[in-house]
Design a protein around this ligand. Sequence first.
Ligand code: 13P
Length: 243
Amino acid sequence: MRRSYVVGNWKMNGDGSSLSEARSIAEAASRHPEVDVAICPPFTLIERMARALPTLAVGGQDCHPAPSGAHTGSVAAAMLAEAGAKLVILGHSERREGFGESDELVRRKVEAALAANLGVILCVGEPLSVREEGRAEAYVLAQLAGSLPYALLAEPSRVAIAYEPIWAIGTGLTPSLEDIAAMHAAVRGALGDAGEEMAILYGGSVNAENAAQILSLDDVDGALVGGASLKAASFAAIIAAAN
Ligand code: 13P
């Protein structure tokens, strides 16, 4: 039986004053012990949040594939772990598109994160033009094949896949429930036996109003939430809907 998993991606939002919001989220999470909850704040907040809120899983939003070296501005997976991170989001479309990250680079990041004992949320998702051309499933499955290390299929509990259609991120648009269900079933099928254990999350304009319907779909094990994770009230409602 896969557990429900709800993850907040704070993106480039939040400072020290946001810790009180995170505390309210941790309190809401403690009322739903059957749901795994994590927050991925900017790098600068990871250590403070992990120290202040030991019951909450705190994660990063990216890491470098190398363990150390001349990579100005980057952070290694082991550095995240040392700061108190338990997981890292990798391959988010804002990194794939905004920073030119290829499937191959994302795969090396996943390997680095696993070597540092971090859990991974691996993001995949199609742009609107690909959905309109009817190629969304093939596109997402190719991304998955390119960015998921083969060896990982032997350790499925350490990775969750997040299906985030790019056109649904921050737009208020979501695919139909049928389209979400079909994509999640396709991803599950492509994972083979590992798919029985691996959580598949949906992300893209999840909010307090639409979460219950999306999370009730068979192959949707949780949500990766951007904007609605910044406020405890809306994020707590999504956690409750994941019951
Ligand atoms: P929104 O929930 O703001 O659409 O963002 C989704 C996302 O990109 C989470 O990683």
